[in-house]
Design a protein around this ligand. Structure first.
Ligand code: NAD
Ligand code: DAU
Length: 350
């Protein structure tokens, strides 16, 4: 019987699946139970490498459906929870906020309740809630978010994540549950769903399609390689202090136009027939309520858990571009499915 038995919600999504890869590559004596609804963003192909590995068990269930959770998890043993499942895309939260409230708030509540039963019987070691820097709102040109920054969410997405963070916090103070919350900045890397900035730009370069940049492209994000993020989460689960929050980031701020120009440059050498790819850059209407700048101060996790990133931005962004070049069947399947109609609606007229 494995010592660590981890329930990973949202483990078929972008960060969750990278986290599962990290666990299964790092530990032999482990059981990983992925629980995922397989929404448009969930994809079993992300976990295909492990399909014959009996350390991994997959359960399809909706975290916002209590009955489904109770029946599908009946008899399944776990002693740690890594909670990734969420609706994650800001633009979708603007056009359709309801799913965000259901999954991110109600769903987190049901997962917490499930964990509370384990806690009551003395069988819960840790509950790690994955949150975002967007709960802190938007920064001007100066300063960074610390763990003490007040919450000021601006989009339905970030408001729903803020709601879930508060619920998690309350389960520590009220029930003494061993919870930890991490708030990270923008991730990038393998298995990133094509609706997000970096994969969207790579795939549009490859298809000779316009590269839609919101506003003037001067909004700033603080980019974190997903593999560094997953190592940090595992560390927080093993060494973090219950009831605490940890910011995760790598001091890597770039404005959107810089990111798009860099991707164009990397694509020029890999896809010379499309060069120069920056001819495809198209400025489009801004996102409503677009947060100007995010910046994470990761001093606490560096100081208290001795976390440092393993990858430089330069190597990780190249690795990411190459991953999309080498995994065409992964993204072609997504582009030919239901995502097509979202894309056409979101970018109509360009
Ligand atoms: P994603 O959209 O790629 O994946 C989300 C996963 O959750 C999918 O597999 C989906 O099927 C599953 N899911 C959605 N609703 C569900 C439900 N009701 N029941 C069960 N499963 C459900 O998201 P991601 O980018 O991997 O983000 C993972 C977590 O990290 C989220 O909580 C997100 O808020 C947080 N986060 C993401 C980033 C980022 O840059 N991607 C940054 C900060 C925080
Ligand atoms: O900061 C963490 C957050 O990062 C996570 O909590 C979210 O789950 C994740 O989706 C991400 O949110 P963003 O809104 O920052 O990511 P997105 O990739 O959608 O956009 C990044 C920036 O690029 C943002 O300033 C908007 C801009 N953008 C995005 C798209 C999709 C464009 O200019 N054009 C686009 O087509």
């Amino acid at each position: 019987m494995a010592k660590r038995k981890i329930l990973v919600t949202g483990g078929a999504g972008f960060i969750g699946s990278n986290f599962v890869h990290n666990l299964l590559e790092s530990y032999d004596d482990i059981k990983v139970i992925v629980l995922d609804k397989l929404t448009y963003a969930g994809n079993l192909q992300n976990l295909a490498k492990w399909k014959n590995d009996d350390r991994l068990l997959f359960i399809k269930a909706d975290i916002a459906n209590k009955h489904e959770l109770d029946t599908r998890l009946h008899g399944i043993e776990f002693n740690e929870v890594a909670h990734f499942a969420a609706e994650s895309h800001v633009d979708r939260s603007i056009s359709g906020p309801e799913e965000f409230v259901k999954t991110n708030v109600l769903g987190t509540f049901y997962i917490l309740e499930l964990a509370r039963k384990l806690h009551t019987s003395g069988n819960l070691k840790v509950f790690l809630h994955v949150s975002t820097d967007e709960v802190f709102g938007s920064l001007g040109k100066e300063g960074s978010f610390t763990e003490l920054t007040s919450y000021a969410p601006n989009s339905p997405y970030s408001a729903s994540k803020a709601g879930s963070d508060h619920l998690v916090r309350s389960y520590f103070h009220t029930y003494g549950m061993p919870v930890i919350t991490t708030n990270c900045s923008n991730n990038y890397g393998p298995f990133h769903f094509p609706e997000k900035l970096i994969p969207l730009m790579i795939l549009n370069c490859l298809q000779n399609k316009p590269l839609p940049v919101y506003g003037k492209g001067d909004n700033i994000r603080d980019w974190l390689y997903v593999k560094d993020h997953c190592i940090a989460i595992d560390l927080a689960m093993q060494k973090g202090k219950f009831g605490e929050t940890y910011n995760i980031g790598t001091r890597n701020e770039k404005n959107n136009l810089e990111i798009v120009q860099l991707i164009c440059k990397l694509m020029d050498s890999r896809n010379p027939e499309g060069a120069p790819h920056n001819r495809l850059i198209t400025f489009v209407a801004d996102r409503p309520g677009h947060d100007f700048r995010y910046s994470i101060d990761p001093s606490k996790i560096e100081r208290e858990l001795s976390w440092t990133p393993k990858y430089s931005f330069e190597e990780a962004i190249e690795e990411t571009v190459d991953w999309y070049m080498n995994n065409k069947s992964w993204w072609k399947e997504i582009l030919s499915g239901s995502y097509q109609s979202y894309y056409e609606e979101q970018y109509k007229g360009i």
